[in-house]
Design a protein around this ligand. Structure first.
Ligand SMILES: *Cc1c(COP(=O)(O)O)cnc(C)c1O
Length: 478
């Protein structure tokens, strides 16, 4: 498929832009471009076709099953899009006086109230734009808490090896040193290793729960207690509360701070780096450090509180990605209290059903019940028959299924991490399981055959070694 620049024909144009309706300002010469801007010259039809073609080449939740573990690629109800597109929300500006945007402020305040109720936290910020950004914000709160008490020795963040990869990266980004602790044979945090790791230099612990093996940490109360007893705080990576929302609350299990990926569990379509929200909730004692501004109430009206002298400052402009928060609010209010929990229970049911069906031939990294996702391992098949996780993932493409997350978590070799989500029906799960199993059987019967898949996609199997050795990172014009 050609790029827009390659489709460009000199002199062709479209009239998508309206006529300028504000006074044209003449710029000083030294502010003007020296060369004309290089833009493709195309008709509206050319552009429309181009993007329709691209759209057909992409795989989204609307095209088929998308079991991308750790990403919660579920169907997001369209009504939430409609709410977020209301002109009263889209046609306002963050610098408008508060009395002209009371509805928007109320929406932020309500979303904070409901998400605090779901997480068991006391206050929440919507400034962070993504999960990792929320983690950074959370760890900065923890850091500030210790600093404010004059306890400067607490510079270490403990991260179990079953954590999401962003957790150690976050701790390092916040200029803390990372202490890794290995998990036990059951895939959960090893309590003895944790006890040995904590001390007067412990700032806190970051726990991904359910962890990246899809397991609920069984000793979670003991984990938060050990860290608290040592003087540290506990951070809950709640990027995917899809298995637990409405059922358990991090705040009740001793966590001081949590982030949620509104773009995963709470109904914002994501992928390709689109706008997200890594909402960060915390307990009262951390609330003074939250990023500012924060919505409050004064004289019976919503306002932005200016009195935040201890705030860590801003982590993003204004209030974060407002429309993502609106979708979350619409999602929670349409579901209601009971259905939030039902969604979580169905996510767990679907994952366990699929895991059970696939375990007919695939090896599961950790047996026992899983939460919203589970991890398969092709380690044995790779050693014995050179059939890798990559081979299975590529073969799925030909069958209309988006591959699971591959080679993650790092603690499992030849990993395929499957997350079916609650929005798939039994028929889809059965159909997908049949395809997974069919591919496995074919691979075992004829190992050579699976190395060439996919055969029907626009791009086949790229030469990954060449791509890594000689990357072409930039388009060059002739
Ligand atoms: C997705 C995810 C993150 C990172 O979220 P981003 O929005 O991609 O930055 C962190 N932790 C867990 C457990 C996740 O699944």
């Amino acid at each position: 498929m050609k790029l827009l620049f390659e489709k460009s024909v000199a002199g062709r144009a479209s009239s998508i832009l309206p006529v300028c309706d504000v006074p044209v300002v003449d710029l000083a010469d030294n502010c003007k471009r020296q060369r004309p801007l290089r833009l493709p010259e195309l008709s509206e039809n050319d552009i429309s076709r181009h993007y329709s073609q691209l759209e057909r080449r992409a795989h989204g939740v609307n095209n088929g099953f998308y079991p991308l573990g750790s990403c919660t690629m579920k169907y997001n109800p369209r009504v939430n899009e409609a709410v977020a597109a209301l002109p009263g929300f889209t046609d306002i500006h963050p610098l408008q006086p508060a009395h002209t945007v009371q509805g928007a402020l109320e929406a932020l305040s309500l979303a904070e109230k409901y998400l605090c109720a779901i997480t068991g936290m006391d206050a929440m910020t919507f400034q962070p734009a993504a999960g990792a950004h929320g983690e950074l914000t959370g760890v900065l709160l923890i850091k500030k808490y210790h600093e404010a008490r004059g306890d400067t020795a607490r510079v270490k963040i403990i991260v179990p090896d079953s954590a999401h990869g962003t957790n150690p990266a976050t701790a390092a980004m916040a200029a803390m040193s990372v202490v890794n602790i290995p998990s036990g044979p059951d895939g959960c945090v090893d309590l003895d290793k944790l006890r040995a790791a904590v001390g007067p230099d412990t700032a806190g612990l970051m726990l991904t729960n359910p962890n990246t093996l899809g397991i609920f940490e069984k000793d979670i109360l003991e984990i938060t207690k050990i860290v608290h007893d040592a003087g540290g705080l506990v951070y809950y990576d709640g990027a995917n509360p899809n298995a637990v929302m409405g059922v358990i609350r991090p705040g009740d299990m001793g966590f001081d701070c949590v982030h949620l990926n509104l773009h995963k569990t709470f109904s914002t379509p994501h992928g390709g780096g689109g706008p997200g929200s890594g909402a960060v909730g915390c307990k009262d004692f951390l609330a003074p450090y939250l990023p500012k501004p924060h919505v409050g109430v004064k004289d019976d009206a919503y306002c932005f509180r200016g009195d935040c002298p201890e705030s860590i400052g801003k982590v993003k402009s204004f209030y974060g990605n407002f429309l993502v928060v609106l979708r979350a609010l619409a999602y929670i209010t349409t579901l209601g209290r009971e259905s939030v929990a039902d969604a979580a229970k169905n996510a767990v049911l679907n994952a366990n059903y699929m895991m059970k069906r696939l375990s007919e031939c695939y090896s599961v990294a950790n047996t026992g019940l899983c939460m919203h996702e589970f991890v398969l391992t092709l380690e044995k098949e790779a050693k014995e028959k050179h059939i890798t996780a990559m081979d299975i993932a590529k073969a799925l493409l030909d069958r209309g299924i988006h591959p699971p997350t591959m080679y993650f978590p790092l603690i499992v070799h030849e990993a395929l991490m499957v997350e079916p989500t609650e929005t798939e029906g039994k028929e889809t799960l059965d159909e997908a399981a049949d395809i997974f199993i069919d591919i496995y059987r074919q691979a075992m019967a004829d190992p050579e055959s699976v190395h060439s898949f996919p055969l029907t996609t626009p791009v086949g199997r790229p030469d990954e070694v060449a791509a890594a050795r000689n990357p072409i990172l930039r388009y060059t014009f002739e």
